[in-house]
Design a protein around this ligand. Sequence first.
Ligand SMILES: Nc1ncnc2c1ncn2[C@@H]1O[C@H](COP(=O)(O)OP(=O)(O)OP(=O)(O)O)[C@@H](O)[C@H]1O
Ligand SMILES: [Mg+2]
Length: 287
Amino acid sequence: MLESNALLESPTVAAKAALPPVRQGSIIAIANQKGGVGKTTTAINLATALAAVKKKILLIDMDPQGNASTGLGVAHRTRQNGVYTVLMGECGMDEVISPSQVPYLDIVPASMSLSGAELELVSEKRREFRLRDALQKLPFAYDYIMIDCPPALGLLTLNAMVAANNVLVPLQCEFYALEGLSYLVKTIDRVQQIFNPTLHLQGIVLTMSDARNNLSRQVEEDVRDHFKELVYQSVIPRNVKISEAPSHGKPVILYDTKCAGSKAYIGLAKELLKREIKAKRLARGAA
Ligand SMILES: Nc1ncnc2c1ncn2[C@@H]1O[C@H](COP(=O)(O)OP(=O)(O)OP(=O)(O)O)[C@@H](O)[C@H]1O
Ligand SMILES: [Mg+2]
């Protein structure tokens, strides 16, 4: 009793409690329930390209596979205190953020224990809001928070979508690409209706494209026909440097700045910044 009273009287706690929540910039969930379509590659390289123009970025690895953490060179032994501990309410988001090798880019890594989170959260209170609640308590702001989602539409991806205001969907240029897309779009709509009215599909980025391949071109045409301007003009080519970079623990933009893959991700970042400016202008006009 004495202890809790003393705590309440502590000036730091009182000051913290009185602070209004810090407003974050854009929060982007990078999601597609289909595996191996370029979510993590897009998360790492888009984050790096935006950090290169001095945007302050936080990348949250919400995938138990921990590929974003590996791709940014975060050692396994330093991952115990990752997003899992935050989701389970064991610590605050600010306690698990670490700087990456890229200036302006911070990361919250994923540990293996995150694979248990889906089950462990099922019976918890506010299970869908864990990430959102934690981000709302973050005492400092980022221009962009990117969340690398696992290849499933379970509680981890749901937490990402409830915390985010945008979903960016990487879509591999291959025959089955469109099959799961309508289900993903429906899921985004349902999350928007039930949990998070600010959520919307921000864009679709075509990945692993091979311009010489007819199928790649056909998929691109179909997706553009259907989703129009939601589809980014920048297309990420299939590029060997992109697939080599993670084994060096580096974003491709650091591994080989001049390769076609790096150029494509830098182009994507420029386009995303333009879209954000346009969206803000429209929002101001509507207000
Ligand atoms: N444009 C590209 N060119 C060549 N290889 C690529 C490209 N994009 C991604 N890859 C490789 O394809 C594999 C899958 O990519 P990535 O891990 O980004 O997909 P993912 O959607 O995050 O997968 P998962 O669903 O398992 O999380 C990786 O080995 C990655 O290095
Ligand atoms: Mg991944």
